[in-house]
Unconditional design. Structure first.
Length: 69
């Protein structure tokens, strides 16, 4: 379970209500929760604001893989 899913479970807010707060549809929220999509930068910051920093925008940054030596 990702941090956004944990936050949604803790607050028990519906995907639709959360989507309204961050300015997207519930289908987009569903894709974020499942890991099928990452939010765009503006949405990542909207998530951070909507969760009072519990889900930071930096969470969605792509991480570089370490190369095998």
């Amino acid at each position: 379970m990702n941090e956004l899913a944990r936050d949604r479970a803790k607050t028990q807010e519906t995907q639709a209500a959360f989507g309204v707060r961050v300015g997207v549809t519930d289908a987009i929220v569903c894709m974020w929760l499942s890991g099928a999509r990452r939010p765009h930068l503006t949405s990542a910051f909207a998530i951070q604001r909507a969760t009072d920093g519990e889900v930071p925008a930096t969470l969605w940054l792509k991480r570089k893989r370490k190369r095998a030596a």
